[in-house]
Design a protein around this ligand. Structure first.
Ligand SMILES: C[S@@+](CC[C@H](N)C(=O)[O-])C[C@H]1O[C@@H](n2cnc3c(N)ncnc32)[C@H](O)[C@@H]1O
Length: 241
C-alpha cells in the first residue's frame, strides 16, 4: 500500500490500536492530555458541555470524567471516535473547521494537539470560539512553528518514537503570536505557556522498553510547565462576556 501523505488523517486508522496501548505510539499524547485536563475547572452547573475538538481515542476522558461535564468529542476519524465513545464521550464525526454545534453552546472547548493538523488554522480558531459561550474557557496545546519545534517533533520525535512517522506536517505548526491574535479577533484573550516532558518521565520513556516494569513507572511520564514556548505550548483563555 502506498504510504499516506504527511498529516493525512487516515493515518490514525492504521494507528487505531495505539490510542490506549501502554507504552504505545501515543504515550506522549497521554501526558499531554493529563496536563491539558489540569487546566479545566469543574463544571459550573449540571449539564455543562465540554467540546473536545479532535478528540481522537478520547485520551482526555480519565482526567475529566470527575469534573461533571457532558463530554462531546469531534473527530474526522471513526476509528478513534469509537474508542472515545466506549469511554463515555458523545462522539461526532466532523471537521473541527465546521463544527456541527450551535453557537455559544459550550462551557469549555478543548483543542489538544489538533491545531497543528488543520489546513486552515484561522477558520478553525473562529469555529472553536464561535461555539464557546460568553465567559466560556478555551484550552489548547500545540506545536510551535519554530526551527526547534520542527527539530524536536519531526527530526527527533519521529526517530525516537515520540510521534508516528509522517503524522505531522511541519508547515502546519502554529505560531503562538498568530494564534493569540486569531483568538483575540474571536473574543478570546489567550495566554500561552511552554510545556515539556518531565525529566524522569523522559528518561524512563527513552531507556526503558515498554513492558511491566515501564508500566509500573508509567506515572512518571507527564508534562510540566517550562519558560520556553519554542517546542510545545499550552493556551488558555476565556471568551469575553
Ligand atoms: C494528535 S491527535 C490528538 C487527539 C487528542 N486530542 C489527544 O490529544 O489525544 C489529532 C486528532 O485530530 C484528528 N483530526 C485531524 N484533523 C482533523 C480535522 N480537520 N477535524 C477533526 N479532527 C481532525 C485526527 O483524526 C486525530 O484523532
Amino acid at each position: 500500500m502506498p504510504s499516506l501523505p504527511r498529516n493525512d488523517p487516515r493515518q490514525y486508522d492504521d494507528l487505531a490500536g495505539e490510542w490506549w496501548r501502554p507504552g504505545g505510539e501515543f504515550e506522549v499524547l497521554h501526558w499531554l492530555a493529563e496536563a491539558r485536563a489540569a487546566l479545566v475547572p469543574p463544571a459550573p452547573r449540571p449539564g455543562a458541555v465540554l467540546v473536545d475538538a479532535g478528540c481522537g481515542g478520547g485520551l482526555l476522558t480519565p482526567h475529566v470524567e470527575s469534573l461533571g461535564y457532558w463530554h462531546v468529542g469531534i473527530d474526522l476519524r471513526r476509528s478513534g471516535l469509537e474508542q472515545a465513545a466506549a469511554r463515555g464521550v458523545a462522539a461526532v464525526v466532523a471537521d473541527v473547521a465546521a463544527l456541527p454545534l450551535a453557537s455559544e453552546s459550550a462551557d469549555v472547548v478543548v483543542a489538544g494537539e489538533i491545531l497543528e493538523h488543520v489546513p486552515d488554522m484561522p477558520a478553525t480558531v473562529a469555529e472553536l470560539c464561535r461555539v464557546l459561550r460568553p465567559g466560556g474557557l478555551l484550552v489548547l496545546d500545540t506545536i510551535n512553528a519554530t526551527r526547534m519545534g520542527r527539530f524536536v517533533s519531526i527530526t527527533l520525535g519521529e526517530r525516537f518514537g515520540a510521534a508516528p512517522v509522517g503524522i505531522h506536517d511541519p508547515e502546519l505548526f502554529v505560531d503562538p503570536g498568530e494564534l493569540t491574535a486569531h483568538c483575540a479577533k474571536n473574543g478570546v484573550r489567550l495566554k500561552v505557556r511552554g510545556i515539556r516532558p518531565s525529566v524522569p518521565g523522559l528518561i524512563r520513556w527513552l531507556f526503558l522498553p515498554p513492558g511491566p516494569r515501564a508500566s509500573r513507572l508509567g506515572h512518571l511520564g507527564r508534562m510540566v510547565p517550562t519558560r520556553s514556548t519554542q517546542v510545545l505550548y499550552q493556551g488558555m483563555g476565556r471568551k469575553s462576556d
